[in-house]
Design a protein around this ligand. Structure first.
Ligand SMILES: Cc1cc2nc3c(=O)[nH]c(=O)nc-3n(C[C@H](O)[C@H](O)[C@H](O)COP(=O)(O)O)c2cc1C
Length: 470
C-alpha cells in the first residue's frame, strides 16, 4: 500500500505558487526584523510590458526609408510652451534624476560626461547640485523636491531646465529614501540633514496642498529663472488621466510620467511591487488627458520606467512621448550588475551580478551606488563615460532603425498606427489593435455601442415620422 508520508519525490503533491521560497523567507525575515524590507532596483513581478508590442514596418503599403542614404531626425526639443530657451537634445533620450548620495561622485560625473558626449541631458536628482556634475553636463536639470530643505536658489539659476518632483513610478505616493550607510558628511551637508542616519524625504511638500499651491510655486520658479528655462513636473503613474489634467492646469512646460517599472536607489520592496501602473498603460491615458484639456500640442510628455533598448523608446514615442529618460539601464551601461574582479556577488548578496538589486546597501562592488572611498576607486570616470555615450548612441541608432522601417524621416513621426499588440492586455492598455485583427479592447466595444446608439436613434426617428403620417 502507498505510504503518503514516506520521504520520496513520488509523494510530493506540488509547490505553492503563492507561498514561494522567497515569500516564506520574507515572512521569516519580517518576523525577525519587525520592519518592512528595503531594496534598490525596479519591480520584480511580471507585468504587461513593451515586449508585448511590435512594429508594423513598411512593405508595399508604406514606403520605407533607406538607412545609409536617407536621414532620420532625432532632435528633440522640450519645453517650448513658455520657456524662452527650450531644452534642445540631439537625441530623444536622456539620463534621469539619480541623486548624489544614491550614486557616487564618480558615477554622477561619468553619467554627465557620457550624456554630454551624446548631446543630451542629465538631472541632479534629489541630492542637490554637485559642481563637477554641472561642469560636465552641457544640458542639466535641477530637481526641486518635496521639502523646504535641500533647495538652493543659486543652483536653480544654473539650470537648463527645472524638474519638480511630485512622485516616482517605483513608489508612487512615497518620498525618497537614502539609507544611513550612504549618508556621508558631504551627502548630509548637501541635504541639510545629519550624517549616518536614514534619510526620508517627504511624500508631499509642506507648501503645496494641491494644484492651486503648486501653480503658485511653479510661477515663483518661473519668475526666479526669468521665464528662460522649461519647467517639468515629475509624476508617478497612478490615476494618470486625472493627474495629468490637473498637472497641465498648474502651468508646466513638460510632464514627466514614471511608470510602475521605474527603478530606485532605495525603497520599500512592498512599495516597489504594489504601486503604480505600467508605462504602456500610462502614456495613452496621459495623451488623452492632454488632448481633452486642449494642451496636447503645448505640453511635452517625457516618460521613464524600465526602458532597456531602442525598441522600448520607439514604442514610447509612437504612443505619444516626446522623450524618454533612463535610470537603471544607464547604471548598467556604467558597469553596474556586471562581475568585477575580486567581488563575490553570490557570497555577499546571495545573487549573481546580473540580479544585483542591493543598490541601497552602499556596498556596490562596481563603485556606482556607493559612497565607500575604496569601492568608488573601481569606477574610472572617463571609461564609464564612454560606455554611457556608446549606449545612448546605440539606443538612438535602434530608434532610427525602427522609425525608418516604418517609413519615418523623423523619429517623432512614429505613431500608434505603427504598432500592434501580441496580447489582449497590451492591446487594451496601449490602445493598439491585437495582431492580425482590428480589435482594440474597450475602444472597439465603445465604437460599436456608439454605432448601435446612432442606428437606434435613426430608427426611432423614422418610426415616429412613419406613425405621424398614418
Ligand atoms: C539609483 C537611483 C537613484 C534615483 N534617485 C532619484 C532621485 O533622486 N529623484 C528622483 O526623482 N528619482 C530618482 N530615481 C528614479 C529615476 O529618476 C527614474 O524615475 C527611474 O530610474 C526610471 O526607471 P528606470 O530606472 O527603470 O529607468 C532614482 C533611481 C535610481 C535607480
Amino acid at each position: 500500500m502507498a505510504d503518503e508520508t514516506a520521504p520520496s519525490e513520488n509523494t510530493v503533491l506540488g509547490r505553492s505558487q503563492i507561498f514561494t521560497p522567497e515569500v516564506v523567507n520574507d515572512i521569516h525575515m519580517k518576523a525577525e526584523l519587525g520592519r518592512y524590507r528595503m531594496r534598490g532596483g525596479g519591480i520584480f513581478k511580471k507585468i504587461p510590458h513593451w515586449d508585448e508590442l511590435v512594429f508594423l514596418p513598411g512593405t508595399l503599403t508604406r514606403f520605407v526609408i533607406e538607412g545609409y542614404r536617407e536621414k532620420c531626425e532625432t532632435k528633440t526639443v522640450l519645453g517650448g510652451r513658455f520657456a524662452k530657451k527650450p531644452l534642445e537634445l540631439d537625441i530623444p533620450v536622456y539620463i534621469t534624476g539619480m541623486s548624489f548620495g544614491a550614486l557616487s561622485l564618480e558615477a554622477k560625473m561619468a553619467l554627465a560626461k557620457g550624456a554630454s558626449m551624446a548631446g543630451t541631458a542629465t538631472c541632479s536628482g534629489e541630492g542637490g547640485m554637485i559642481p563637477p556634475e554641472r561642469d560636465l553636463s552641457t544640458k542639466w536639470y535641477y530637481q526641486v523636491i518635496q521639502s523646504r530643505y535641500g533647495f538652493n536658489p543659486h543652483h536653480l539659476m544654473l539650470a537648463d531646465a527645472v524638474e519638480f518632483f511630485i512622485g516616482q513610478g517605483c513608489k508612487v505616493g512615497m518620498g525618497g529614501h537614502l539609507m544611513g550607510q550612504k549618508v556621508t558628511e558631504q551627502v548630509a551637508e548637501m541635504r541639510s540633514l545629519p550624517a549616518g542616519i536614514d534619510q526620508r524625504s517627504p511624500a508631499r511638500h509642506p507648501d503645496w496642498l494641491g494644484p492651486d499651491d503648486l501653480s503658485l510655486k511653479i510661477q515663483e520658479v518661473r519668475e526666479a529663472t526669468d521665464y528662460q528655462v522649461p519647467i517639468q513636473l515629475k509624476l508617478g503613474a497612478a490615476r494618470v488621466y486625472d493627474d495629468v489634467r490637473m498637472a497641465a492646469k498648474c502651468g508646466p512646460d513638460v510632464i514627466y510620467l514614471d511608470g510602475a517599472e521605474g527603478g530606485t536607489g532605495a525603497g520599500p520592496h512592498i512599495g516597489t511591487e504594489e504601486t503604480g501602473i505600467p508605462l504602456m498603460a500610462a502614456i495613452p491615458e496621459a495623451r488623452r488627458a492632454l488632448e481633452d484639456v486642449g494642451l496636447a500640442d503645448e505640453i511635452d510628455l517625457v516618460v521613464a520606467g524600465g526602458i532597456r533598448n531602442g525598441a522600448d523608446i520607439a514604442k514610447c514615442i509612437a504612443l505619444g512621448a516626446k522623450a524618454v529618460a533612463i535610470g537603471s539601464a544607464a547604471l548598467m551601461a556604467l558597469g553596474s550588475n556586471k562581475d568585477v574582479a575580486g567581488a563575490d556577488y553570490e557570497g555577499t548578496f546571495g545573487v549573481p551580478a546580473s540580479d544585483f538589486y542591493h543598490w541601497h546597501t552602499g556596498k556596490d562592488p562596481a563603485g556606482i551606488t556607493t559612497q565607500d572611498p575604496e569601492l568608488r576607486k573601481r569606477l574610472n570616470v572617463d571609461e564609464a563615460a564612454v560606455r554611457v555615450y556608446n549606449f545612448l548612441h546605440t539606443l538612438t541608432l535602434e530608434v532610427q532603425m525602427l522609425a525608418r522601417a516604418c517609413g519615418k524621416t523623423d523619429v517623432h513621426s512614429l505613431e500608434p498606427e505603427d504598432l500592434n499588440a501580441l496580447t489582449t492586455e497590451a492591446a487594451a492598455m496601449a490602445r493598439v489593435p491585437l495582431a492580425g485583427t482590428k480589435y482594440i479592447p474597450g475602444v472597439t466595444e465603445e465604437k460599436t455601442l456608439t454605432e448601435i446608439r446612432d442606428l437606434l436613434a435613426k430608427h426611432i426617428a423614422n418610426d415616429t415620422g412613419g406613425n405621424r403620417d398614418v
